[in-house]
Ligand binder design. Structure first.
Ligand code: KG4
Ligand code: ZN
Length: 369
């Protein structure tokens, strides 16, 4: 079975074709990073319009790359949620319409199920059951996975997602959007001895997370190391954010960044360590509590090198194994949606002749195909 997958839940337009016999045939991606950069974050309406512009040219491109004609496609999968409602509606409308026009079934995919199954696209995929750590811009979750659609959320963030914490902290440090990779680069030149931030919620039982307090620690450290009292950041991110439609400005007290470049790097280092350590501690706990030996890590933050290494060491010490998607499939992409769609379509799942976007959607509500 050959499946077309469409991902438009946020700021990447991703399209891919997955074939049950031959694997992933092709995937293409257009990132809107440049479009949103001047606003310091994703502007939902601009995102939807750009998906509208890009989705058909990308579709033609992926069909050519996969040497596939419309008649070869036997099912269409599209991300139906969670995400930005306007952005989701673009992919859902196009996906459902193509399936109708081509006379093939369509299936609505949960974005996080796409992330969760992404490591199964790799050469040596994990067997079920496994524990999955999903760390993206919108979610931080530990999930017990017993099969496709058999998910049990073990713990999740009670406030900010890990990626969101990276992005907000990067802003506080005067870095551009998207903040995660920029902060990771800055942290590489940080002094490990200078700051230490707490590992939130690790000293009590349970597998939930909380990352919003770390931001307060960062604000405090930034203030202590400012050459001049709060001023619009010289790095320019606040100035441009102020003009962005729909992008909330942080409180005035946060609209500054440390003048001292070394202090910024040192804070970035301490922040990254706190997040990575916290995630590693909770993953270890999840493996112990479930008695499982396989950990799958996926979502944008799983591209973080320090996190990947830390989890590799931690699982190695436990005699367990960790699995990641290749770097380009850590962040949003069409391949993971095509793959999740293939898994559900081949089991006979299909949507009626209607579509909807589901901006808020818990993985606990998913059922096996
Ligand atoms: O999965 P994703 O592409 O989109 C969502 O579903 O949210 O994840 C994007 C998130 C952003 O918050 C971004 O800053 C973060 O992943 N991210 C990183 C890195 N690369 C992306 N965070 C830390 N280190 C990275 N190298
Ligand atoms: Zn994502």
């Amino acid at each position: 079975m050959r499946v077309l997958g469409i991902e438009t839940s946020c700021d990447e337009t991703g399209i891919a074709i997955y074939d049950g016999q031959r694997g992933l045939l092709a995937h293409v991606l257009h990132s809107q990073v440049a479009l949103h950069a001047e606003y310091g974050g994703v502007v939902p309406e601009l995102a939807s319009r750009d998906h509208v512009r890009k989705v058909l040219p990308l579709l033609r491109q992926v069909m050519t790359l996969a040497d596939t004609r419309a008649a070869d496609i036997q099912g269409v999968a599209y991300t139906a949620g969670p995400g930005l409602v306007g952005a989701l509606l673009v992919g859902a409308a196009i996906g459902r319409s193509l399936a109708w026009a081509w006379g093939v079934p369509a299936v609505a995919i949960h974005h996080m199920e796409g992330h969760l199954l992404a490591p199964l696209l790799e050469e040596d995929p994990p067997d079920f059951p496994f524990v999955a750590l999903l760390v993206s811009g919108g979610h931080t979750q530990l999930v017990r996975v017993d099969g496709v659609g058999r998910y049990h959320i073990l713990g999740e963030s009670l406030d900010d997602a890990a990626g969101e914490a990276f992005d907000k902290t990067a802003k506080l440090l005067g870095l551009g959007y998207p903040g995660g990779p920029a902060l990771a680069r800055l942290a590489a030149s940080g002094n490990p001895q200078r700051f230490h931030f707490p590992r939130p919620m690790t000293n009590r039982p349970g597998l939930d997370f909380s990352f919003s307090g770390l931001k307060t620690q960062v604000v405090k450290s930034v203030k202590q190391h400012q050459a001049v009292p709060a001023h619009p950041c010289a790095h320019g991110t606040w100035a441009s954010s102020a003009t962005a439609p729909g992008v909330a400005l942080p409180p005035a007290s946060m609209q500054s960044c440390p003048a001292d470049d070394q202090a910024r790097a040192d804070i970035a280092y301490a922040f990254q360590e706190a997040v990575v350590d916290t995630l590693a501690i909770k993953c270890q706990r999840a493996l112990r509590e479930t008695g499982l030996q396989r950990l799958v890590v996926s979502g944008g933050v799983s591209a973080n090198t320090v996190l990947r290494e830390r989890l590799r060491d931690m699982t190695h010490e436990m005699g367990a194994q960790v699995y990641y998607p290749r770097l380009e499939f850590c962040t949003d992409n069409g391949a993971m949606i095509a793959y999740a769609g293939y898994q559900r379509l081949r089991a006979g799942q299909a949507e009626p002749l209607a579509f909807s976007a589901v901006p808020r959607w818990s993985m606990n509500d998913l059922t096996p195909p």
